[in-house]
Design a protein around this ligand. Structure first.
Ligand SMILES: Cc1ncc(COP(=O)(O)O)c(C=O)c1O
Length: 285
């Protein structure tokens, strides 16, 4: 079951106009909210990021957070999986094709869900592969825009090289990956690039930093040079669906010892504990 502009329906009955600016220009923003045991994880943070994305492209938020929570709850209840990705998209709406944002449109609001499948135990044991590519996307990667052509091109280049991710470098510094944030471990210290307009402020990135602080694991939030990425002892990519996934091969060469390193294994375990703790807490705590 999906939600489109006020109605719940099966996905094959959903229709939008060919003049929707989301279709014509990619003029919209989105969120992907992980759901464990039918409870959304970090919903308030996802809705805050949604508000920032909407503000950045001057679309008025069509719903209050209470209304979003209600819609997300109904989508969760209307779909068969215990663990889900709830996808939520807002476009500017329907208008005659013209680049400048028209005023006064009714935004198109769409929600759907899919099964959330986190990395298998086998993948967590071996780690994943990645390649390094130049970050040729635009300069507002902090907006969670549906205009994802650059990310799609980069992920396709990774897939063609039999890699799970493309880790991106701009002017000699690591930014993020095609659909995840990146942490490295260098000389025993975890390094994370600071938030800026060049990366998406990941909700998982924030959780990982909370874990690093909470467990007093040595870490620094500072620019990471390409050379540090290439000589790192450990590399992890983080996202709502990949959680904390070790990268053990970079550009065909082993990262560290070529298997998941101790810091990443520990942070992944702490992430699982964190999730379990939050999900056990009373629903409106
Ligand atoms: C480009 C990019 N960076 C980072 C992330 C990670 O964000 P989150 O942890 O909120 O899933 C994503 C998520 O899809 C992404 O597409």
């Amino acid at each position: 079951m999906i939600y489109l502009n006020g109605e719940f329906m099966p996905i094959d009955q959903a229709k939008i106009s060919v003049l929707d600016r989301g279709f014509i220009f990619g003029d919209g923003v989105y969120e992907v909210i992980p759901v464990y045991s039918r409870r959304p994880f970090r919903l308030a943070e996802h809705l805050a990021r949604l508000q920032s994305s909407l503000d950045a492209i001057s679309i008025a938020n069509p719903n209050t957070n209470a209304k979003w929570a209600e819609l997300v709850g109904k989508i969760i209840a209307g779909n068969p999986w215990e663990d889900q990705n709830v996808y939520l998209q807002i476009t500017r709406g329907v208008a005659k094709r013209d680049h400048a944002f028209p005023k006064g449109l009714t935004p198109t609001v769409y929600l759907m869900a899919s099964e959330l499948v986190t990395p298998s135990a086998e993948l967590m044991r071996t780690g994943a592969t990645a390649i390094v590519l130049p970050d040729f996307r635009w300069l507002r990667c902090d907006i969670k825009s549906t205009s994802l052509l650059g990310n799609c091109m980069l992920r396709t280049l990774a897939a063609e090289a039999d890699c799970a991710e493309a880790i991106l470098v701009r002017e000699g510094e690591m930014t993020e990956a095609s659909a995840s944030n990146v942490f490295v471990v260098k000389n025993g210290t975890v390094l994370a690039p600071p938030k800026s307009q060049l990366i998406l402020p990941g909700i998982t990135y924030d959780v990982v930093l909370e874990i690093l602080r909470g467990d007093a694991i040595p870490h620094e939030v500072r620019p990471v040079r390409e050379a540090e990425l290439r000589s790192a002892e450990e590399i992890w990519v983080t996202s709502s669906s990949r959680e904390v996934l070790p990268i053990t091969t970079l550009d065909g060469k082993p990262v560290g010892k070529g298997k998941p390193g101790p810091v990443g294994v520990k942070v992944h375990a702490l992430y699982q504990q964190f999730k379990a703790r939050v999900m056990r807490a009373p629903a409106h705590a």
